[in-house]
Design a binder for this molecule. Sequence first.
Ligand SMILES: [Zn+2]
Length: 395
Amino acid sequence: MVLRDNEQFIVTCPGNPNAENIQMDFTVFWAMPPDPVTILPAIKTLESMQEVFFVDFIVPRGSELNVFCLFTHRLLIRAYPAVRMTTQVPSKPLTRVVVSGSTHGNEMSGVFLARHWIKDPSELTRSTFSATAVIANPRAMEKCVRYTQQDLNRSFKMDYLVALDSEEEPYEVKRAKELNKIYGPKGSPEAYDFMFDMHNTTSNMGACIIVDSPQNSFAMHMANYIQTNYMQKCPIYVYKKGDEESYTIDSICKNGVAMEVGPQPQGVVRADCLAQMRALVRHGLDFIEKFNQGSAFPAFDIEAHTLISREDYPRNADGEMSGIIHPKLQDKDFLPLNPGDPIFQTLDGNEVVYEGDSTIYPAFINEAAYYEKKIAFAKMEKKVFSIPDIQLKLD
Ligand SMILES: [Zn+2]
């Protein structure tokens, strides 16, 4: 069957009331691009499975839909990566570009820049395209909080985006769906070409570029271009582990990067951080302009940090933090941490040392927003990636 634009669609599968568990696979074959893409839409009401069992999801216009349902006795929910339409190099000029601020409402470089650029977008204009700015989480911005009910930048998984609308769903899920309608839909040919997502951190991470995957050659070239043209140190952080589903706001667009500038306290705007953010976005836009004009970008090797795991604080039997970041680790983001180096100081005066067996490069050290996520710092390793050359073929 061929589906209409963003149609909300109900698939009814013949249920087996006696089946304890259920496995359902859905494959969507898009008219464009030529290769079929597999996604797994949200699975709902597993507990209350009756004879009829409903799933809803958003599909791109012109999709051809094939549905396969399997019922088994083993619970098997396969976690497909939510497919960003492409991490391939674009085959056409990028014309629909968006710059997001206030994805976290108390990260003020992005809040100030996005508000300014909404009023005066001249800085976002190049000869081949004009980017637009958006306030991603207006309610959080008004209250100057990271989010109101749940972290918006963790709300772009397909199961949120395709869930049936309900009164009870958190504001950030509603907002994620709205943004997905405007700048997505995620994984569709209609999605915006690129998103810059502006963040601040309380950690001493400098001007950091966050890319989803080293296979994303276009974003890695942009990061390389920014590093080359930006006068300050500018580390690259590759955040995705394997095939985990993208949950960030830029994942609704065909491609994107996040920018993380710090240290800056929450709710505070510092001129140096704002200037760094502005420069990162400017160079990123310049890169898109040059790409659109057909410039050749040769292959290169580049160093980037990849996530190993996240480290929690020491805790007592009640789960309360019993230690804090050691002064020798504080502000040492992206610097080597060797086995035996101190990482925490307990309140009774002891040191906790890093017990790994190799040197790592921590980041997000003592990030204020991560206390609730039980993350004291992210453990990173440094790797060198070989990125192939890219060039847009102009007609
Ligand atoms: Zn943020």
